[in-house]
Design a protein around this ligand. Structure first.
Ligand SMILES: Nc1ncnc2c1ncn2[C@@H]1O[C@H](COP(=O)(O)OP(=O)(O)OP(=O)(O)O)[C@@H](O)[C@H]1O
Ligand code: SF4
Ligand SMILES: [Mg+2]
Length: 348
C-alpha cells in the first residue's frame, strides 16, 4: 500500500512510515516466463523482455525500477496486452491473458488499465475533459448517456477536477491536472490493476507528491493493485510494497522494499542505490559501494552469462560462462547473481 510524504521525494532524512502489507493470499496477476521480442527495421531480434516471472497481490504496489532501455515499458504494455507477448503466461484471476483474443480480451482488459508518463498520451486534444473521461464508458456501452456523464463527473470530482475544468480542452489544463484526468479516465471502468508507467516523471517536482498521494488514496478506497514503473529510486522506495530491479530484459533482484532499499544484494541494485544523488535519503545510501559505470549494453547483443557482467566490478570468469540462477536469498527476496552473499558481506 502506498504511503507518500511529499518531503520524502526531496531527500528527507526520515524513514518511510511502516506500510500495512497485503497478505500472502492468492495473486491477482501472475506472470510466468514472459518474453517480448521485437524485430528491428534491420530484421534483427531484440529481446526487450526475456523471461520474467512475478506475482502481484490484491492491493499491492509492485515497483519496477531500471535504467532507460531495460524493458520496463515493454513489460507494462505486455501485462495489459497493449502488445502481444512472444511467449509466456499472464494469469489474471485464473485466466491466461496472453492467450485471450477478440471480445474475451476486450472484456478482461477493462480490469487492467495503464497510465503513461506523457499526460497528453491518452487525451484527445479535440475532446473536452468530460468527453475524454466518458469515452471508455461509451465504448463498452455501459448505462445511458446521463449515467455515463454522472459517472465521469464523479470520477473527475474524485481526482480534484472541478465541473468548470471538465468543460475545458486538454491544452487548457496543467500537466498535473491532465495526469489527474488520466487517473479519472482509467478509473471509469473500475479496474483492479493499474500499470503506472513513469506517471510523475513529466510533472514538476513540487506537485509529484500530491499526485502520488492521490494514487495512494485511490488505492485505499478501491483496493487497487499497482505495477509502478519508474527509474526514480526515491519514488519507488517510498511507494512500493515490493520492488523488482530490471536490467536488459530480466529481473536482477526482487524483494520487499525495505530489503531492496536498505540491504540490496545484487551488485546492479547496489550500484543503482549508490548512484542516486538526491531522492534516496541519506539513511538509505551506502557510500562504500562503487557507483554504476558505463552504459547499458544493446539488447540486440546482450553479454553472455550474467548480463550485468560488463559493468559489474565483481565479475569473474564464471560470470561470462553461466547465467546466474534466479534464486531465493531470503524470504520473498530473489536475486540473480552467483556471488551475491559474498559481495554483500565484503562491502558491509
Ligand atoms: N516497438 C519496438 N520495436 C523495436 N524495439 C523496441 C520497441 N519498443 C521498445 N523497443 C526496444 O526495447 C528495449 C526496451 O524498451 P522499453 O521502452 O521497454 O525500455 P524502458 O525500460 O521502458 O526505457 P525508458 O526508461 O527509457 O522508458 C529498448 O532497447 C527499446 O529500444
Ligand atoms: S553474477 Fe557475476 S557479473 Fe553478475 S552481478 Fe554477480 S558478480 Fe556481477
Ligand atoms: Mg519506459
Amino acid at each position: 500500500m502506498i504511503s507518500v510524504k511529499p518531503e520524502a521525494l526531496h531527500g528527507a532524512r526520515t524513514a518511510p512510515e511502516p506500510r500495512s502489507r497485503p497478505d500472502d493470499g492468492p495473486p491477482l496477476l501472475s506472470v510466468d516466463d514472459l518474453r517480448v521480442t521485437f524485430t528491428t527495421a534491420d530484421g534483427e531480434s531484440l529481446k526487450a523482455v526475456d523471461g520474467i516471472s512475478f506475482d502481484v497481490r490484491p492491493g499491492e504496489t509492485f515497483g519496477v525500477i531500471g535504467e532507460s532501455g531495460s524493458g520496463k515499458s515493454t513489460l507494462g504494455r505486455a501485462i495489459v496486452r497493449l502488445l502481444d507477448p512472444t511467449s509466456g503466461q499472464i494469469s489474471y484471476d485464473g485466466q491466461d491473458l496472453a492467450r485471450l483474443k477478440g471480445r474475451a480480451l476486450r472484456q478482461r482488459r477493462r480490469d487492467l488499465q495503464i497510465i503513461f508518463q506523457d499526460p497528453n498520451a491518452a487525451l484527445n486534444p479535440r475532446m473536452t475533459i468530460l468527453d475524454s473521461v466518458r469515452e471508455p464508458l461509451d465504448v463498452v456501452g455501459k448505462g445511458d448517456r446521463a449515467s455515463r456523464i454522472a459517472r465521469a463527473m464523479d470520477r473527475l470530482d474524485r481526482v480534484g477536477i472541478t465541473p468548470e475544468q471538465a468543460r475545458r480542452y486538454p491544452h487548457e489544463l496543467s500537466g498535473g491536472q491532465k495526469q489527474r484526468v488520466n487517473i479519472a479516465r482509467a478509473l471509469t471502468l473500475q479496474p483492479r490493476l493499474m500499470v503506472c508507467d513513469e506517471v510523475v516523471a513529466a510533472l514538476d517536482v513540487s506537485i509529484r507528491g500530491d499526485v502520488l498521494n492521490l494514487f495512494a488514496e485511490i488505492q485505499r478506497e478501491m483496493g487497487l493493485s499497482y505495477v509502478f514503473i519508474t527509474h526514480d529510486i526515491g519514488v519507488v522506495s517510498h511507494i512500493s510494497d515490493r520492488v523488482a530491479v530490471m536490467y536488459l530484459g530480466r529481473f536482477m533482484e526482487l524483494g520487499p522494499v525495505e530489503a531492496i532499499a536498505e540491504r540490496p544484494m545484487h551488485p546492479y541494485t547496489r550500484a543503482l542505490m549508490a548512484a542516486e544523488p538526491v531522492p534516496v535519503p541519506s539513511w538509505q545510501r551506502a557510500p562504500k559501494r562503487p557507483p554504476l559505470q558505463g552504459e547499458i549494453p544493446s539488447p540486440l547483443n546482450p553479454p553472455s552469462g550474467c548480463r550485468f557482467r560488463t559493468r559489474c566490478p565483481h565479475a569473474r570468469a564464471a560470470c561470462a560462462e553461466t547465467v546466474p540462477d534466479w534464486r531465493p536469498i531470503a524470504r520473498n527476496h530473489l536475486v540473480a547473481c552467483h556471488f551475491a552473499e559474498e559481495i554483500a558481506a565484503a562491502e558491509q
